[in-house]
Ligand binder design. Structure first.
Ligand SMILES: Nc1ncnc2c1ncn2[C@@H]1O[C@H](COP(=O)(O)OP(=O)(O)OP(=O)(O)O)[C@@H](O)[C@H]1O
Ligand SMILES: [Mg+2]
Length: 338
């Protein structure tokens, strides 16, 4: 894996107080009886050239956050400020679907499942070349040249351009997904569990490829994963989510070596360690994951916290993140609960 060198301090993406509530409807009149608070006030930014990872248990709102940024979902409220290639800053959350279209090419997505995310009836040329065609590259020869170049970049042989996805292995298919995402030169890639469906050995190859491409093409990644061992290797910053909220964020060193939130500590304790001497006792949190449709009063984490107090329940403790060391942010209510 090569080291990254083209980071700068200007944010390419700035998400402020992002919320996405899904209404719960009942009866034939579809009366709204509540909301699933899938994303409930999330703030973070990503600098150009960085890899920022979103982690947390299933259902904590990672994919919903990613899909709001892609504007595949309309956010309920909040800002999603994105710096375009012309250095124009636009708030994607305020634009209609039509207004978003010109900026969509700058942000591309890599999906989890390379088996179902590729159309089995399309050749590689069609899959990778489709975004080029949509963007006005009408001449087939020109598209062939670009598809060939990008296939080469992702480690696929251009001679296979006219084959169908079923002829390829899982890792190769994920390379096709990456090639499609990269064909129109995006600057931000949102990768939702891009290696979770792959064998461990293939995972490393695809991650290495993604890191190399980041260097070559100066890409910025928002990387969604539940696999902390993957995240520790590739991230510049890690954001831990619990039931729609960020509970801790920092560098991989801060998060993995000195976690401050009991939820982060519990997540880390469940990561298998290769060396048996390093194995630590697994921290099992009591209770169930809080229900995003009916979150607990006060601190959302209090129903699983090892040291909850009445003040946590009543919300008497200030909520929100505080900076415990430069760049290391932890939820105020839980900072001393670990
Ligand atoms: N279209 C939808 N309608 C209603 N609820 C939804 C919808 N999409 C997601 N949710 C709910 O929002 C919450 C967050 O879901 P999300 O898919 O973002 O979680 P996740 O962190 O990506 O989980 P996973 O690790 O399983 O992919 C969950 O409670 C989920 O049930
Ligand atoms: Mg998800």
């Amino acid at each position: 894996m090569t080291t990254k060198n083209k980071k700068d301090d200007s944010p390419i993406l700035e998400v402020t107080n992002l919320k996405k509530y899904f209404p719960i409807q009942k009866g034939i009149f579809k009366k709204i009886v509540g909301n699933v608070r899938a994303v409930d006030g999330v703030d973070f930014s990503i600098n150009k050239g960085e890899t920022v990872s979103l982690v947390g248990e299933s259902g904590c709102g990672k994919t919903t956050t990613a899909r709001c940024i892609m504007r595949a979902l309309d956010p309920t409220s909040g800002e999603i400020k994105f710096k375009t290639k012309n250095n124009e800053i636009i708030d994607l959350s305020k634009l209609s679907k039509d207004e978003v279209r010109p900026y969509r090419d700058d942000i591309q997505m890599i999906f989890q499942d390379p088996f179902s995310s590729l159309n089995p009836r399309m050749t590689l040329f069609d899959i990778v070349g489709e975004p080029l065609l949509v963007n006005g590259m009408k001449a087939k020869k020109e598209r062939e040249e670009r598809v060939s170049e990008i296939m080469h970049q992702v480690g696929l042989r251009p001679e296979y351009m006219m084959r169908f996805p079923h002829a390829f292995s899982g890792g190769q298919r994920q390379r096709i997904g990456i090639a499609r995402a990269l064909s129109i030169n995006p600057s931000l890639i949102v990768a939702d569990e891009p290696v979770s469906a792959l064998d461990v050995s293939v995972q490393a190859q695809v991650l290495n490829l993604m890191m190399d491409l980041q260097d070559q093409l100066n890409l910025t990644y928002l990387f969604v994963s539940h696999d902390l061992s993957v995240v520790s290797q590739i991230s510049d910053r890690v954001i831990v989510m619990y039931v729609g909220k960020i509970v801790e964020s920092g560098t991989p060193k801060q998060i993995f070596e000195s976690p401050k939130h009991p939820y982060t500590s519990a997540l880390l304790s469940s990561v298998p360690k290769a060396d048996p001497r390093l194995r630590q006792e697994r921290i099992v949190l009591k209770g169930e994951v809080a229900n995003a449709a009916d979150p607990p009063s006060g601190c959302t984490f209090r129903t699983r916290c090892p040291n909850p107090t009445d003040d946590c329940r009543d919300g008497n403790i200030e909520m929100g993140l505080i900076e415990v060391s430069p760049g290391h942010w932890v939820d105020q209510c839980c900072v001393n609960c670990g």
